[in-house]
Design a protein around this ligand. Structure first.
Ligand SMILES: [Fe+2]
Length: 258
């Protein structure tokens, strides 16, 4: 079976690209399940209920989030009531929402999607290592296919988690850094992995933000309000092929001009 993961949807250009292209991508690749990371959907930081509903309507089966989950007002109540829009499981016990979704793919197989936040160079309430094993046990009890979105800054941490989970989950897909890495591989135990799946959004930018604004903030060290860029919009992510028992067979890069 085939699972499409679209990486960090950035701003209006990213969301429009998903709406325009996800239905045909589903058809072209014969997709059984589509997962979309939507944590940058609202102007590059966070997501709103309306935007989450738009991504679901465009064909996303599950939406994952990240360090910007709670940037927009009202999203907490939405997450508390949503089965398909999940935030990192290690966001802390006081934050609304779920870190694990279990859904039925088009071919009838149940798929568990788990979202975790890295702890290196990010303000993360709970170490992912404290919770990952019990969450993976819970996911495996619910579904044979388990996909982990590991939203983390450091390459080392993403490689380490994928290696730790090899043979226990179907895929460990890195997000957050927005630059697609050249290390998509199936590990010896049958887990597909990539350090970063990329960005669905404007690539003529500094990881989604208008270049002059990002550079201006770095050079001046003054606060600068970021805005999404517009040029060179691409859909990026990975296509994972796996058995119905959850063993990965292949992982391919997806990079489609919008
Ligand atoms: Fe992020």
């Amino acid at each position: 079976m085939k699972i499409l993961f679209l990486a960090d949807v950035f701003g209006v250009p990213g969301r429009r690209a998903v709406e325009e292209h996800l239905p045909s991508l589903r058809e072209r690749y014969d997709i059984d399940l589509a997962i979309v990371n939507g944590e940058n959907a609202a102007d590059g930081a966070g997501i709103t209920a309306k935007l989450a509903d738009k991504l679901l309507a465009a064909g996303a089966d599950v939406i994952t989030l990240g360090n910007h989950t709670y940037r927009r007002s009202g999203i907490g109540a939405y997450l508390a009531g949503s089965e398909r829009v999940i935030r990192p499981a290690n966001s802390g016990s006081q934050t609304p929402g779920r870190g694990l979704a279990v859904v039925e793919a088009r071919n009838g197989v149940h798929v568990a999607v788990l979202n975790l936040l890295g702890q290196l160079f990010l303000q993360t309430p709970v170490s992912p290592w404290e919770v990952v094993d019990s969450l993976v046990d819970e996911a495996r009890a619910a579904a044979p296919v388990v996909v982990v979105d590991f939203h983390a800054e450091a390459t080392s941490e993403k490689v380490a988690l994928a290696t730790w989970l090899d043979g226990r989950v179907t895929a460990v897909i890195g997000t957050h850094t927005h630059v697609q890495t050249n290390d998509a591989r199936v590990l010896p135990g049958g887990t597909a992995a990539i350090t970063d799946a990329g960005m669905t959004g404007p690539h003529d930018s500094v990881i989604g933000v208008r270049s002059e604004l990002a550079i201006g903030r770095m050079r001046s060290r003054l606060p600068v309000r970021f805005e999404p860029a517009e040029g060179d919009v691409r859909l990026e992510g990975v296509l994972v092929t796996c058995t119905e028992a959850g063993r990965a067979e292949a992982i391919e890069l997806v990079r489609v001009p919008a």
